[in-house]
Design a protein around this ligand. Structure first.
Ligand code: ADP
Ligand code: MG
Length: 297
């Protein structure tokens, strides 16, 4: 359904900017407008990631013996457009395997992953991944690291790429650090660069595997708040993996609990947005959800 209250100035601005720019680049330059346009068109509840009877086993050789581990599945679930979905589970519950299957970094043993209706056969620029370790190139400056995805995908011309890189570095609070090298930054700053790099290609979907798992608790909360602020400005589907109940609850619209590779719980989080992580942790609804999730874990 069209929402007459929402203005979508995409075509006018974009065509004026450059006739040659494809839809993809326009989305890079005006990501929020695109998100708003999708929502205004009632696309919000549309399934964008679908798992069908998804399984993954691993075979490990132990001497002459083959040990088969079922890391995941069977799992069947749908993730809606522009939702922030937390995947919560203890260590070894299959979270990373699930994320890597959606990213196309591993293939299912059985079942399917569909993203935007297409079966996933490998990684693609529609799905950016942020890992626990930021995996930045040490010989590239912060700016050059963020620009990497744009260079690889030839998504933007030089001038446009610079504009995108600067906008993103400002967004993650690193506007003054473009010329630094990764080893000159703290762990939290490196994770911010990783996030900026992922956002640079303007992926439809953002996949995050315990992105703040290696920083201290206070910084973790700050980075979570920052991610929320960015997500509010520039919404997209996020699959966010964590073993922290509080982090999952603070960030997510929906929390899926994994246990021994299976979905043990699937909870809608109706806490009001925008959220203040500090304030929300005292909310009685938060505390009740927390108790219930801790029991399931
Ligand atoms: N490449 C692999 N080879 C063998 N076993 C694996 C591999 N990856 C994951 N597993 C096993 O699958 C299970 C789930 O792992 P993982 O998805 O990494 O869990 P989590 O991210 O929740 O800690 C674990 O038992 C793990 O040992
Ligand atoms: Mg993991």
């Amino acid at each position: 359904m069209q929402n007459p209250d929402v203005e979508v100035p995409v075509s006018e601005n974009a065509h004026a900017a450059d006739q040659e720019e494809g839809d993809e680049l326009r989305r890079v330059r005006f990501p929020t407008v695109f998100a708003v346009a999708r929502r205004a068109n009632g696309v919000k509840d549309q399934t964008v990631i679908e798992l069908r009877e998804l399984c993954r086993t691993f075979v490990v050789q132990r001497g002459r013996e083959e040990i088969v581990t079922r890391a995941l599945g069977p799992i069947t679930l749908s993730i809606a457009d522009l939702q922030f979905v937390g995947i919560l589970g203890r260590s070894g519950s299959g979270k990373t395997t699930l994320l890597r299957l959606i990213a196309g970094l591993v293939q299912p043993t059985a079942g399917d992953v569909l993203v935007d209706g297409q079966r996933v056969r490998g990684p693609g620029p529609d799905r950016a991944v942020v890992f626990q370790q930021s995996a930045l190139y040490p010989w590239r400056t912060v700016e050059a690291n963020v620009r990497l995805g744009l260079e690889l995908s030839r998504l933007a011309k030089k001038g446009t790429a610079d504009e995108i890189v600067h906008r993103l570095l400002d967004l993650v609070g690193l506007g003054d650090f473009g010329g630094y090298y990764p080893n000159q930054l703290s762990g939290g700053m490196q994770q911010r660069v990783g996030l900026a790099r992922a956002l640079a290609v303007s992926p439809r979907h953002l996949l995050m595997d315990e992105p703040f798992g290696s920083v201290d608790a206070i910084l973790r909360r700050e980075l979570g708040a920052e991610l929320l602020r960015i997500w509010e400005l520039d919404r997209r589907t996020v699959v966010f993996i964590t073993h922290s109940v509080e982090e999952a609850l603070t960030l997510s619209d929906r929390v899926i609990v994994l246990k021994d590779g299976l979905v043990a719980d699937d909870v809608t989080i109706n806490l009001p947005r925008p959220r203040d992580p500090e304030a929300i942790s005292d909310d009685p609804a938060f505390l009740q959800l927390r108790r219930s999730l801790l029991t399931t874990l």
